[in-house]
Design a protein around this ligand. Structure first.
Ligand SMILES: *Cc1c(COP(=O)(O)O)cnc(C)c1O
Length: 382
């Protein structure tokens, strides 16, 4: 059975199952051993080596979903990204990184890279020219995020891959926001894909995990660093993640459908001044979006008109929760100016377009009509 021929939901359901040879149960057994036989075995198994049965098999599911040869599961999205960076960057190397990036990744780069003597440049924007301008002779990796948080800018995957290849620089992407359901960057030539599996892969706001998918060669290099850093995921959580991922296709498609409905509705709403969503024709990169995303995703942002207090608005929502994280089956909202961008000055926030009126919306699987009513009622109360 080859992975490529199978459809999304079949991969989600079946690839990477650990067979229950002993009792022939329907689902993967959970192997909690931290100690395995070492005499006459092909693989020396150990949880920190990312190769217990559950770890090894779940990685196959992620590789199949991202169209790669191989993958590794980590204890968090940050464990995945930090291990990937440290596998390909050493003292004297340079990283080109997109200016709009997950806050934790920005912190990792700014706080840790100087200790290792690794240099970096944040781009001035998300266009290919911005990346090209940031490249130096010692650049070893270009790292991007598309759609980006929270304004949903879109970076050209094929353009980045071609830029990297033309200069023998590797390329990597944080594909968390799109999920493998809506975007497969490897198909456009990007070398490595990482995920915070805490988000759509887990999907129920109860798991913290991460993943990297790439070729055997790159994954081996990441493994070599990963076993030293020790960021593997416990088998109990691996098992929960496998269970969650069986429904990822169903969940994310339902969320994506809801998000398009919500984006259109919000766009027409007199009390909403702006909507940022890759699926709206008014999105500046709409054509590019259609060429590289299979679905538009379930993340969007919108601005309340001046005079409506965004804090009070969130307090009045009944169904939609205010929440730090995202991508669960429940709808959540967050104020970037109070969270991810709180440490910037007002002037810096104005420059990157994060107003106090901006709300990021992670659309869940509830009925869209109920979400609309919730927003309508909250607006009416303020
Ligand atoms: C949450 C998140 C991360 C970090 O993942 P953790 O699982 O919290 O370590 C990285 N990138 C993006 C886009 C995220 O949303």
């Amino acid at each position: 059975m080859t992975n490529k021929k199978l459809g999304l939901n079949t991969i989600c359901t079946h690839i990477g199952e650990v067979k229950d040879e002993q009792f022939k149960g329907a689902i993967s057994p959970m192997f909690l051993s931290s100690s395995y036989e070492f005499l006459d075995v092909d693989i020396k198994r150990y949880p920190r080596y990312f190769n217990t049965p559950n770890q090894e098999f779940l990685a196959k599911k992620i590789a199949a979903l991202e169209h790669t040869e191989s993958a590794l599961i980590f204890g968090s999205g940050m464990a995945a990204i930090s291990t990937m960076f440290l596998a390909f960057l050493k003292q004297g190397d340079h990283l080109v990184v997109q200016n709009t990036l997950y806050g934790g990744t920005v912190n990792f780069i700014k706080e840790e890279f100087p200790k290792y003597g690794i240099d970096y440049t944040f781009t001035n924007g998300y266009k290919i020219e911005d990346f090209e301008a940031a490249i130096q002779p010692n650049t070893k990796l270009i790292h991007i995020e598309t759609p980006s948080n929270p304004l949903m800018t879109i970076t050209d995957l094929k353009g980045i891959a071609e830029l990297g290849k033309s200069k023998s620089i590797l390329t990597s992407i944080d594909n968390t926001f799109a999920s493998p359901v809506n975007q497969n960057p490897i198909d456009f030539g990007i070398d490595m894909v990482m995920h915070s599996a805490t988000k759509y892969m887990g999907g129920h706001s109860d798991i913290c995990a991460g993943a990297v998918a790439s070729s055997n060669k790159h994954i081996e290099r990441i493994w070599n660093v990963g076993k030293n850093l020790g960021g593997s995921l416990s088998d109990m959580t691996v098992w929960m993640l496998e269970r969650s991922m069986k429904t990822m296709g169903l969940r994310v498609k339902a969320q994506t459908e809801n998000a398009l409905k919500m984006a259109k509705w919000l766009d027409d709403h007199p009390k909403i001044s702006k909507v940022y969503y890759p699926g709206l024709e008014s999105h500046p990169e709409y054509d590019l979006v259609k060429s590289q995303m299979k679905g538009f995703g379930a993340m969007l942002s919108f601005e309340l008109v001046d005079g409506l207090d965004s804090y009070k608005f969130q307090k009045e929502l009944q169904l939609i929760k205010s929440s730090m994280s995202l991508a669960g089956i429940e709808s959540t909202v967050i104020s970037p100016h109070l969270t991810s961008h709180a440490l910037l000055t007002q002037e810096e926030r104005d420059k990157v377009g994060i107003s106090d009126q901006l709300i990021r919306f992670s659309v869940g699987i509830e009925e869209a009509e109920d979400l609309m009513n919730d927003i309508e009622n909250a607006i009416a109360k303020i």
